[in-house]
Design a protein around this ligand. Structure first.
Ligand code: AHM
Ligand code: MG
Length: 329
């Protein structure tokens, strides 16, 4: 059997394209890959180890924390903190930024992550994932929350690990989007989806229609349009953003979690969810909008800021946004 392109090899080849590179990013990413493998193995055994169910606490967003959320969060931090490549981290599950322990050296990057996106799906064996976003740390000696409050255009890397029918890692550093599938028999990710391009237009629309009673006019008229006679669109909605996004990235289509009368800023988080996926979708030829502006241009005001999100195939996002703009005024 020919030896495939492993993620490790791919990262080293990428690094060689930049002869002046210190190798720090590659080393940071290698730690991240280890975290991904550990979390994947925890997720794969979830029904066996007494780790299903609620942890009995609420997170910063007032949502019930699942035991596996906690485990994934802890694994991510423990695996990433010691390498000397990060100066701080921020997790969707934690109120404040996480400073790297003083016993470890500090590095040039900060990372933001959603340790287990789609946590309401954990106990029912539906795909979940880890989403991450990496920025260069500021120049000052002390890292503060300001180092994280950068618009998405400043991300140097973004990606996700999807624990689906197989475990996949998809990422971009601004040079296209690449997908790797974990071969559990060797414990290594292999390149399976090189240079992913999202179709210009797709057949799928993904939205929680249970919220339709709260929708603003733009959302209602767009969804009416995609369901009307002559439309070729069909609905798909898992309820794990990372899974809904991945399907639409490969198949084409649009995912919407808009602002509505109940959630004035939408539900999803700008820094941990919307920004990394928007970076990926743009790199794959798609688009992402809040309804008012390009997601990647939003200047965050706070760590756990929510944002409306319309993301996917370029033509579909543009069409949805046009409804939003004309009908919601
Ligand atoms: P989580 O990060 O706590 O799992 O919450 C985010 C999830 C997304 O994965 C998903 O798109 C959305 O919430 C689903 O929300 P809803 O149940 O309101 O449709
Ligand atoms: Mg999430």
């Amino acid at each position: 059997m020919p030896v495939g392109m492993t993620l490790t090899k791919f990262l080293h080849e990428e690094q060689r394209r930049y002869p002046s590179s210190s190798g720090s990013f590659t080393a940071l990413f290698s730690d991240l890959v280890i975290a991904a493998k550990i979390i994947s193995s925890q997720v794969r055994r979830a029904g066996l180890g007494g780790i299903l169910g609620a942890a009995g606490t609420q997170n910063v967003h007032g949502e019930e924390v699942q035991k596996l959320d906690e485990l994934a969060n802890d694994t991510f931090i423990r695996t990433m903190e010691h390498g000397g490549h990060l100066s701080a981290m921020a997790s969707e599950e934690m109120d404040d930024i996480i400073h790297v322990d003083s016993k470890y050296p500090k590095g040039n990057y900060v990372i933001m992550f959603d340790p287990l996106d789609g946590s309401s799906n954990i106990d029912v064996n539906i795909s979940v994932g880890t989403i991450f976003s990496i920025l260069k740390a500021g120049k000052g000696s002390e890292v503060t929350v300001k180092d994280f409050l950068k618009p998405g255009v400043e991300q140097v890397c973004a990606g996700y690990i999807l624990y689906g029918s197989s475990t996949m890692l998809v990422y971009t550093t601004g040079h296209g989007v690449h997908g790797f599938t974990l071969d559990p028999s060797v414990g290594e990710f292999f390149l399976s989806h090189e240079n992913i391009r999202i179709p210009e237009k797709g057949k799928i629309f993904s939205i929680n229609e249970g919220n339709s009673r709260h929708w603003l006019p733009g959302t209602s008229s767009y969804i009416e349009k995609v369901k009307s006679n002559g439309s070729e669109k069909t609905a798909r909605y898992v309820g794990s953003l990372v899974a809904d996004f991945h399907r639409n990235l490969l198949r084409g289509g649009v995912f919407l979690y808009p602002a509505d009368k109940k959630s004035h800023k939408g539900k999803l988080r700008l820094l941990y969810e919307a920004n990394p996926l928007s970076f990926i979708v743009e790199q794959a030829g798609g688009a992402a909008s809040t309804g008012d502006e390009r997601v990647l241009d939003v200047v965050p005001g706070e760590l756990h800021q929510r944002t409306p999100l319309i993301i996917g195939s370029k033509a579909d996002v543009e069409e949805a946004v046009s409804f939003w703009k004309t009908a919601s005024v």
